[in-house]
Design a protein around this ligand. Sequence first.
Ligand SMILES: *Cc1c(COP(=O)(O)O)cnc(C)c1O
Length: 366
Amino acid sequence: MTDQTWPSWLPIRSSLSHLSPYGAPQVESDAALNTNENPFPLSAAIAEAISHRISEVATTLNRYPDRDALSLRTGLAEYINEMSSTDFTAGQIWVANGSNEIIQSLFLACGDQGAIGFLPSYSMHPLIAKVTSTKWCDGTRESDFSLNIESVLTQIKANPSGLTFITTPNNPTGEAITLADIERIAQHVCGLLVVDEAYAEFSDEKSAVTLIAQYPQIVVIRTMSKAFSFAGARVGYLVAHPRVIDAMMLVRLPYHLSTLTQSAALVALDFKRELLSGVAQLIAERKRVTEALVAMDLKVLPSQANFLLFTGFTHSSAELWQSMLDRGILIRDVGLSGYLRTTIGTFAENQKFLHALEECLVKERS
Ligand SMILES: *Cc1c(COP(=O)(O)O)cnc(C)c1O
């Protein structure tokens, strides 16, 4: 798609004409370990409760949804308060169709002074910046992909931006930074510090939501797509100062979050204990898979998330990725030469992954 030329009758924006659409391949596989989804399906009881709630609201679908999603925002505030011992109310929460929409709203509302992030990190941050015509600055990490805070502060100073993005745990590398480091960065940004915590529930680090009362410039993005096993429902949210939420309301599309989504998400929150019960299991599997990869003489980056980035194979990333897919295992080539990323799946999926990888490595090393 990259070198496609657009037809002359299509007035595509010049800033977009050379882009390709976001595309993790959606192909058939025995184990889909490429998009950091939660491998555990919803239980019959939760599915039943969601169906029941949806059938209750179905007769009201002639009406627009609650434009401000107040019940859902209240439920999300309660969840965050329970996890982080905070006292947020609905006025400090915004919710949208996935955290990607939250990110888009942040750019739309606050992108005038550009944005900076430290690569490699979540590829959608620079991509959504581009789509919203926000100037983006590629910040850098150390050669081992860790984040050097002194270097971050220097880069922020050299490239003053309205939005500074920190992803912790970082995707695709898995490493989390400390709350003390977030606080230091917050003290030096010139606009908002956007902390993308899509994987917070898998991490030992305290959430940056605990800093918001002291630092209104900190905004924290969360999602129900990963720990909550709810990626298909598309629910992401923001925890921030009420004035940031006011800014989100300026750019949101009217009635952006459907009655169906709001209802389903409220049920998911009712069942949060059960939905989150897989997290501990995935953390245990993360440890087990890490040890198995190390035993294969691979190097694994320390991860606080539900995925691992590994290196130490001799084939190119693209070659090993294809060999794995030929064996039915779909992992992720994140565009880092010599590295591949795998999502932690169920025990059975991880066994399939390890077995296929072992086969590929034996082949390349023989
Ligand atoms: C998966 C992921 C998201 C989630 O996006 P949703 O739109 O909520 O599904 C956000 N940020 C990062 C860093 C991610 O890896």
